[in-house]
Write a protein that binds this ligand. Sequence first.
Ligand code: AMO
Length: 431
Amino acid sequence: MLKDAYTADVTPERDGEEVRLAGWVHEVRDLGGIKFVLLRDRTGIVQLTLPRQKVPKETFEKVPKLTKESVIRVEGIVQANKKAPRGVEIIPRRIEVLSKSNTHLPLDPTGKVDADLDTRLDARVLDLRREEPQAIFKIRNVVTSAIREFLEELGFIEVHTPKIIASATEGGTELFPVVYFERDAYLAQSPQLYKQMLMAAGFERVYEIGPIFRAEEHNTRRHLNEAISVDIEMSFIESEEDVMRVLEKLLAHIFRKVREECERELKVLNQELPELEVPFERITYEEALNLLSDHGIEVEWGEDLPTEAERKLGEIFEEPFFITEWPKEIRPFYTMAKDDEVTTAFDLMYKGLELASGAQREHRYDMLVRQIEEQGLNPADFKYYLESFKYGMPPHGGWGLGLERTLMTITDAENIREVTLFPRDRKRLHP
Ligand code: AMO
């Protein structure tokens, strides 16, 4: 390795020790007889101090030629110094330039010069060097680890289902067509049909953390055209309550893990995470409409909740909550109905965002075919899916949780693009 320590490992207690560090030139300050370089790596920043008398001439003379954001490697001695940032500095013996940066930067990664989101996303690689995005993506990693840990403890196994598919699952309008040899194919909007087929295959409990593709035409702050969804499917449930309980406990577990493991990152983002108490409150769709009406927002029965309504509910409920018993006409064909009007479908809401939706599924073949037809779809298009219901399909249910939306609530990001490395939206296919 070219280095044996991170900048965060350099502490006053290591006074006198020799270290080898490497990273980016954050800043250079040249005061003539004494020069300073701030060296940044993924753990933070340390000051290199070069008094003319104390460092080799060749090293001293290299400093004025260092360009910001160049990658350098440093060998030097740790020196405790109360006046230095964090009370410690490095007196370098050797500085080696591993990769010189152009002097004209499209974006200032020190964050001192404000840039709008579009400029930042255009120069995303430089933007990601900033402390805040670094914190966000470390948290994102802790979140996915927490999900795997929690679900596997409950006996779920991770699966990977196809992302090139032949038929729509969440309604036909949001599909991305792809050229698949001589046939029509699409990018998967959801692992829905496959996770259900795995219930017929006897897996009983599966989860997937994978991409979903939605040809949403509108640019909003909470939609992407490619997002990551955390999906589960679970057999032998008595009702949708069984999968809702998994979901609420998972969210509480995620928050706990991030609180425990991301103290530094939360501080960088200026966030404090609450302890989420389970069970979350549950209100029916009808109760939600009444509540909204009391607050001056009228939504007609059978309509999806508009953004404004979701936001209002986010003001009324401080904690995450479920909306249950959604009307039949606005839920997908695979949802099990409760009666002629409402279904077992639920949404998990928090901070004005829909984080997840799920339901118990219709596992009875004849009923399922009827529901496909009622939605104006052709059962023949679902031949292989439907086949799996003919030879023993247990009662089952599940949900899909948006990973980016979950991260928005944890990091308080105003825009979903902030929590996505290289977001895909209507206008953005690069970088
Ligand atoms: P749904 O379509 O509600 O349900 O998607 C599940 C969750 O995925 C997230 N999500 C998105 N995030 C960002 N950008 C998007 N364009 C986007 N679309 C969806 C949301 C949403 O709550 N098959 C069902 C799930 C199930 O019943 O198991 C489904 O896909 O957080």
